[in-house]
Design a protein around this ligand. Structure first.
Ligand code: COA
Length: 321
């Protein structure tokens, strides 16, 4: 899709850095096991900040980094599986926090850990030349984690990443390839409030995140490779022409497998999962903003972002900076 540019990036982390040693005190695990099986050393969790607070912080930074006035924003899309409320949406809360009183569309999407990839595609296709959108991935996954389940609690963290995109009509482009398949074996889900009990006040169960790690691992490797190859085919480029790949920050072993299958050096993949863990929809948005802050992103760079998650969703986008 021609003429879409990312003008700025921002991210926000939650208040508390939880190390593997901290988790050793609450579940039967060890720093050695977590680092060897996942590459994760720490993650951040929020005590007082909700998803919209982290999203707002990331948005303010992205607006500053883009050098725009927030009044230029005409669309807000937030990807999250842990919104503050069922309604209004996190995007509507952000619109209010930013004092954007002019009417615009502001809404959330749920595509789990592929959320930012989906949201970027949706926003890019919704804006006209001259228009600017705020695209955010934000999570407080600690709300839906069972901290007695060592299978999941070691992996995930809270955080937010935001980008400002603009349709400029220049030659720069972003291309998309996102898909979803049914999770027939129920390998990754969080039930939320269970079946409704109309007209009574019966208590309802609240479901934490549940996962079949091995199945998710296999799915991730398959679809990350497929997404990248399909996208390359679609844009008629080879992997060697790509400068940087920003994958969903789930597990270093997943990323290493994908690098091996694609026959590319792991160095081509940007990772920060050792510090932040898996922040679901925030993961790629945060990684982009961190890479920008570290001075890794350069004008003219050709990058691919690639994600997978519950749904089962997956997808990749090609971005010319
Ligand atoms: N600490 C210590 N031991 C643990 C553990 C933990 N946190 N979690 C599991 N184990 C144990 C298991 O009980 C098992 O012990 P056993 O051999 O005595 O039965 C052993 O370690 C191996 O467990 P297994 O589940 O086979 O490990 P794994 O290599 O598949 O790694 C994951 C587990 C979850 C790290 C890995 O499957 C994974 O990353 N999957 C993808 C998850 C993901 O990306 N989810 C997000 C999707 S967006």
């Amino acid at each position: 899709m021609k003429g879409i540019e990312i003008l700025g990036y921002g991210y926000a982390k939650a208040e508390h850095r939880i190390t593997n040693d901290d988790l050793e005190k609450i579940v039967d695990t060890s720093d050695e096991w977590i680092v060897a099986r996942t590459g994760i050393s720490s993650r951040y969790v929020s005590e007082n900040k909700n998803t919209s607070d982290l999203a707002y912080e990331a948005a303010i930074k992205a607006i500053g980094n883009a050098g725009i006035d927030s009044s230029e924003i005409s669309l807000i899309v937030v990807a999250t599986i842990t919104p503050d409320k069922f309604t209004p949406s996190t995007a509507s809360i952000i619109q209010e926090k930013l004092n954007l009183n002019q009417p615009m569309m502001a809404f959330d999407i749920n595509a789990a850990c592929s959320g930012y990839v989906y949201a970027l595609e949706i926003a890019s296709k919704m804006i006209d030349i001259g228009e600017t959108a705020l695209v955010i991935g934000a999570e407080t996954l600690s709300k839906i984690l069972d901290y007695s389940d060592r299978n999941t609690c070691i992996l995930f963290g809270d955080g937010a990443g935001a980008s400002i995109i603009k349709k400029t009509g220049t030659d720069k482009s972003i291309e998309f390839h996102s898909r979803s398949v049914p999770d027939v074996n129920h390998v990754l889900f969080a039930n939320g409030v269970s079946q409704s009990t109309p007209l009574t006040n019966d208590s309802k169960d609240y479901g934490y995140l549940e996962m079949n790690g091995k199945e998710v691992f296999r799915f991730a490797i398959k679809v990350m490779q497929e997404s990248i190859e399909s996208l390359l085919n679609q844009i008629d480029k080879s992997i060697d022409e790509i400068d940087l790949i920003i994958p969903h920050q789930a597990n270093i072993r997943i990323i290493s497998h994908v690098a091996r299958k694609l026959k590319v050096d792991i160095e081509k993949f940007y990772t920060n999962l050792h510090e932040y863990g898996n922040t679901s929809a925030a993961s790629i948005a945060m990684a982009l903003a961190c890479a920008n802050e570290e001075g890794i992103l350069r004008e003219g760079m050709k990058i691919i972002i690639v994600g997978f998650g519950a749904g089962l969703t997956y997808g990749a986008s090609y971005i010319e900076l």
